[in-house]
Design a protein around this ligand. Sequence first.
Ligand SMILES: Nc1nc2c(ncn2[C@@H]2O[C@H](COP(=O)(O)OP(=O)(O)OP(=O)(O)O)[C@@H](O)[C@H]2O)c(=O)[nH]1
Ligand SMILES: [Mg+2]
Length: 524
Amino acid sequence: MAEPLHFIIASAGHVDHGKSALVKALTGIDPDRLPEEKARGITIDLGFAHLELPASAPGDSSFQLGIVDVPGHEDFVKNMVAGVGSIDLALFVVAADDGWMPQTEEHLQILSYLGVDRAVIALTKIDLIQDERSAVEAIRDKLRNSPFADAPIVPTSIITGRGFDGLKFALAQVLAGTPPPRNIGKPRLPVDRVFTLRGIGTVVTGTLTGGTLQCGQSVAIQPSGKVARIRNIQSHNRDVDVGVPSTRTALNLPDLSVWGDIRRGDVVTLAELGRPSEILDVLLEISPRANHSFKDGAHIRVHYGCANVRGKVAFLADKKLTAGERALAQLRLEASIFVFAGDRFVLRDSSGQNTLAGGIVLDPDPNHKLFRDDARVSFLRQRAESPNEVSSFAASQLASEHAVRPSRLLLKSKFSAQDISSAVSRLAAEGKVVLAGEFAVDAATWRGLRQRAADAIEAQHRVHPEQTGLSLSDLRLNLEADLAVPEILEFLVKDLCGNEFVQVGNAIRSVKHQPSLPPLLQVN
Ligand SMILES: Nc1nc2c(ncn2[C@@H]2O[C@H](COP(=O)(O)OP(=O)(O)OP(=O)(O)O)[C@@H](O)[C@H]2O)c(=O)[nH]1
Ligand SMILES: [Mg+2]
């Protein structure tokens, strides 16, 4: 029997369309847990449940699903966005009697911005209408030109019990074609709840992605950088030694206080995965379905993971972005955030009323001053063209940083160390990168260094023909300003000595050079 596969799904859709009732009917768990939610009959904050689904075909894996139930009310869209940051599939809900409504559309756009391209559509409250065919057709029509255009639509009713088996079957079918969650050795858990339990201490929950976390392990809390040790891990209410990707995960972090040490929106990760940033270079897009534009310099709120921060947009070239357009931009934030290259985010207006755009991080650690520099622009264009291409990311990083240890390359990215080192080997085989000991050096940088070294040696021969050549210490002095890392000089010398040059003791000379007296001292 194959191991069960873990996936995270989230409900989405307009207020009162039956999302929480559906989650309860599917799982037996009421996701509305706050007294105020019970009193008002609406969801305010995220709710959670879990479900096991049998395999869709004999011999296949079964599924363990973590379910996030989101609020549909327009006042709580920010909570909705916090719930759908790391999901594999949307349980997209439209009430048959009410049809397509404003937050149905807004949630659809948010999901597309975050790259969620799989869904099962539940046409709820089917007991309240007569003309089922027209209702299904109307939804299909609205889904046209969206990532969910071909998603199954399943009519359901909590009154008659109709549709739940069909819904589970549809979920299993779509998930059977969904790539299993990736373990790239870079665990991140965006925190969605923080609480304290008597005798246990601080507990945080979230959806773990990108890697595993273990009991006893030391973790970093970003953006503060605080360090803590995991005492205990639970997944779906069971103690586990190791938390795995795409599972709802609770971590007991007794070293931290709920008063100030950790809060919703923080990310639990590993200290070696880098620092947070306040400036991001990004590719922005406005959905072709949107009915607004926005301008250079706009004040916005960036929603990523379970957090949001205020900031300002600076477009690279454009002055205005309208529906269906994309643009390179820089986000300048009021607080630092921990994101990776390749992460997706949503921009909402600063008052939190409207969803404006979405985007993908191209560089989480850009140089603020170089934003409009030509080399920088081509770097960003290259990444924007293929945001999932590890080779293109590695090549552009090397072109910009010149020489990097492969183990430090693209640390804050969604590529595994293995993906990155294979990409570097490929680039080396193609002659785009030179491997110099522990460093990978951009080939153009290497050629430049080689040329400058050759020029310096030839100049030495001209000025001091009586000497053996240029001493290695003088060569180092000559190249100091251009050597991205001093350690690569040794490899440069080896490379030079491969053909036109030769090392003699502590000096390097051209193979053609024969020491002779300077012209002034030569006697005819
Ligand atoms: N007749 C009928 N009523 C339903 C059905 N599903 C849900 N309801 C009712 O619709 C109302 C809203 O249901 P909820 O599940 O709270 O809706 P929701 O989408 O979670 O709402 P928010 O979370 O606030 O956005 C409740 O009174 C439910 O009993 C259904 O299939 N048929
Ligand atoms: Mg609800």
